[in-house]
Write a protein that binds this ligand. Structure first.
Ligand code: HSE
Length: 349
């Protein structure tokens, strides 16, 4: 039996535990999964809970470590130690992947282990694997995504129900969508980290989130949403990456006026969507729940299964740690609201 250790028993960690239990009951494939350890510093009444990572690191029964601590402190240290001990690591930690993904993928490879992060972008939407596997014949030049469930939930509820920003944020927190510190959601940093991960995969080099233009939804008001509606648009926080022939890539995260006829305009609530433009396939779109315990656990547990079943789950996809130069975002023809606020525009395709 393959044993698993879960680091951090918050919304994601406890969701992963629940889904592994369901999976074990249904026995959907030849792989049997069992959680041997939960690492958490809190006093949780569960005999699997430990507070010393060394127990996990030194236990040869543990094949897969789920890092659901978040951030770049203990999460980074335990990920490096687990990979160095030859254990696979699976994570939803977009901050760590966006900042140190190249190094951790290389460390995994050097130790014959896998570092998988399907849950780091788009919650339950399969996007990393399709990018690396099913679109392997393509050069991906463009990525446009609604990548933050909390922001999309807030904008939807402000637009459709006249909710205030604060009311909608509180609801998103109650539903387990928001980060522990929701400023990363509403200030655009979470979206920035996710578009950087997709751009890293597309362009093969590290794009530090601190190098890209980032703007959140904090200054979007219900009056802007009403005005956008009248003009035939809705407002969405988008992550975008684009590379024209012979030019440096442009990567950024910002609110956009999205034409109602554009497929991304219909993506509401906690849902995320990602559009990729492949050199062979053309436009491809992925859609699903972008946050929440169970959609995230769906991606994490699928990654665990992949670690145990496949020799090369990402088909050799990785990126260099050497940062890539990017161009400043274009001054796309913007929309100017009645109060003078300017916003980028995404017209119909
Ligand atoms: N806080 C994130 C979001 C969670 O709202 O999208 C999923 O990464």
């Amino acid at each position: 039996m393959k044993q698993i250790a879960i680091l951090g028993y918050g919304i994601v960690g406890s969701g992963v535990d629940e889904v592994i239990r369901e999976y074990a009951e249904k026995k959907r494939s030849g792989v049997t999964l069992s959680v041997k350890y939960i690492l958490d510093i809190r006093d949780i009444p569960d005999s699997r809970v430990v507070s010393d990572f060394a127990l996990i690191e030194e236990d040869p029964d543990v094949a897969v470590v789920v890092e659901s601590i978040g951030g770049r402190g203990a999460a980074a240290e335990f990920t490096r130690r687990a990979l160095s001990a030859g254990k696979h690591v699976v994570t939803s930690n977009k901050e760590l992947v966006a900042e140190h993904g190249a190094e951790l993928l290389a460390l995994a490879k050097a130790n014959n282990a896998h570092y998988l992060f399907e849950a780091s972008v788009g919650g339950g939407i399969p996007i990393i694997h399709p990018f690396c596997q099913c679109l392997g014949a393509n050069t991906v030049t463009d990525v446009i995504g609604i990548l933050n469930g909390t922001s999309n939930y807030i904008l939807t509820h402000m637009e459709q129900n006249g909710a205030s920003f604060e009311e909608a944020l509180k609801e998103a927190q109650k539903l387990g969508y928001a980060e522990a510190d929701p400023s990363a959601d509403v200030d655009g940093l979470d979206c920035a980290r996710k578009i950087c991960i997709l751009a890293d995969l597309a362009y093969g080099r590290h794009i530090p989130p601190s190098n890209i233009y980032v703007e959140g939804i904090g200054s979007v008001t219900t009056a802007h949403l009403r005005e956008a509606n009248k003009a035939g648009f809705t407002i969405k926080l988008l992550g975008r990456a684009h590379q024209a022939e012979g030019e440096l890539p442009r990567v950024y995260a910002a609110p956009h006026m999205v034409a109602k006829a554009h497929p991304l305009a219909a993506v509401s609530d906690v849902f995320n969507a990602v559009m990729l433009r492949g050199s062979v396939a053309g436009d491809v779109m992925f859609y699903g729940r972008g946050a929440g315990a169970r959609p995230t656990a769906s991606a994490v547990v699928s990654d665990i299964l992949d670690c145990l079943r496949s020799d090369d789950p990402l088909c050799g996809f990785a990126w260099s740690a050497d940062p890539l130069d990017i161009a400043p975002p274009q001054n796309a023809p913007g929309y100017i609201f009645a109060d003078g606020k300017k916003m980028r525009v995404l017209k119909n395709n």
